[in-house]
Design a protein around this ligand. Structure first.
Ligand SMILES: C[S@@+](CC[C@H](N)C(=O)[O-])C[C@H]1O[C@@H](n2cnc3c(N)ncnc32)[C@H](O)[C@@H]1O
Length: 399
């Protein structure tokens, strides 16, 4: 686990897990008894079978070997592959040696519990924070909605093998679930973020994870930071999507943002148990109607672009005009990642529509810049755009 400065405040009760709740959760974690069905399969790295009575039950892999700073929950075959990845020999990102130079702090966010704030002015495209998760799992296994005692015990057993520091960091995260849900899956489900372990994740291969610091960021429907999971370093990262002022709250998006307010709020209530009151949600009347319309149109257009099903326009200018308009909608809604997606998928669509190659190349370059600013220079999208740009340039010069 990274040693990012998780302030002492994460363990205090201000709007987060109460001391009593935390103590009792940690106590449950140290209980051994009849419900301990685990069996250690290997020690270096530590791999634990979750239920020795069940053939093919999931396992817990603790990493880095000997340190047990985080756990990955998956099936044995894939965990054996993960254990051999060279990334575990690389040091996890370390905190700035001078805490004063840390660009964020965790602080009270009024009725939201704790939140993340900028300690200085941040520039668009800046990396704000990077860290490894403490708990990572295949999404099919999390079964957060499963409120049975067994599911709670399953995840509790996985947490129990973590080093004390990681265990405390995880169990001090907020639990927004009702009291009848076991505190461990409740905490995991309140805090997990997607881990893109495969470049183009499919439903069968989705992973999620909880982070000591990243999981403290609250939601906004026009967030100022983008969460990106970097597979090569196995770290979660926040990138500033626009300039962020000193003391401004750093926010990310928890739900599908290109949806009207009613739908976003329903999603957030269902999974995170709060009603969003961000500046976009507080719009009313004509302004709200326009924002909803822009997001709905963006949703439709991006679906068409992602599935390569844009109808053929009678002239290439028609497609270009529509896509330029869509970029404007995303900009008005302050959705930089969606702008990057329109530019990226739009460049493919423009090629099909017969737009001139230099315009297409320009779109690719703009997409690359925006992906660099929201995901970093080493992101998968930046690398694949570099290849496409190189190819397109070769084609252009050959003409
Ligand atoms: C991942 S946690 C975020 C950190 C959390 N605020 C804390 O105190 O640790 C998610 C929970 O934070 C709260 N939250 C996040 N964004 C919010 C928002 N915009 N308004 C109100 N509550 C929010 C909700 O309780 C949600 O279930």
């Amino acid at each position: 686990m990274s040693d990012h400065p998780v302030p002492g405040s994460v363990c205090d009760t201000r709007g987060s897990t109460s001391v009593t709740e935390l103590e009792s959760a940690l106590q449950t974690l140290s209980v051994t008894g009849d419900d301990d069905t685990t069996r250690i399969l290997s020690e270096h790295p530590r791999i634990v079978l979750a239920d020795s009575r069940l053939k093919g039950s999931p396992c817990f892999l603790y990493l880095p070997p000997g340190k047990n700073e985080f756990v990955l929950v998956d099936y044995l075959k894939s965990l054996r592959t993960v254990a051999s990845w060279p990334v575990w020999n690389q040091p996890a990102p370390s905190p700035p040696s001078d805490p004063e130079s840390c660009s964020y702090r965790i602080d009270m966010a009024f009725d939201k519990g704790l939140g993340m704030y900028a300690t200085r002015a941040l520039k668009a495209g800046e990396l704000i924070v990077e860290e490894r998760p403490v708990y990572a799992m295949r999404r099919q296994i999390i079964r957060g909605e499963d409120q049975t005692h067994e599911n709670g015990i399953f995840h509790r057993n996985a947490v129990r093998g973590l080093c004390p520091k990681s265990r405390a960091a995880l169990m001090s995260l907020k639990n927004s679930y009702p009291p009848d849900v076991h505190v461990v899956p409740g905490t995991l489900c309140t805090n997990y973020l997607q881990l893109d372990i495969t470049p183009e994740p499919d439903v069968m291969n989705e992973f999620v994870g909880c982070f000591p610091v990243l999981s403290r960021a609250n939601h906004a429907c026009s967030p100022n930071a983008n969460y990106y999971f970097s597979f090569p370093s196995f770290t979660g990262q926040f990138w500033a999507m626009r300039d962020i002022a000193k003391d401004e709250e750093i926010t990310i998006g928890y739900c599908r943002l290109i949806a009207p307010r009613r739908q976003r709020q329903a999603d957030l209530r269902d999974r995170f148990f709060f009603t969003c009151t961000c500046s976009t949600c507080l719009l009313s009347g004509e302004q709200l109607a326009q924002s909803d319309e822009r997001r709905t149109k963006l949703e439709k257009l991006l679906t068409t672009l992602e599935t390569n099903s844009m109808p053929k326009f009678s002239s290439p200018t028609g497609a270009l005009q529509l896509l330029e308009k869509a970029l404007g909608w995303a900009q008005q809604e302050k959705l930089a990642v969606h702008q990057a997606q329109i530019l990226f998928y739009g460049s493919n669509a423009l090629t099909v529509q017969g737009t001139s190659p230099d315009v297409v190349l320009d779109w690719m370059k703009r997409a690359r810049e925006l992906f660099k600013d929201t995901e970093g220079e080493r992101s998968y999208n930046v690398r694949r755009l570099d290849d496409s740009i190189q190819f397109a340039e070769r084609m252009l010069y050959r003409r």
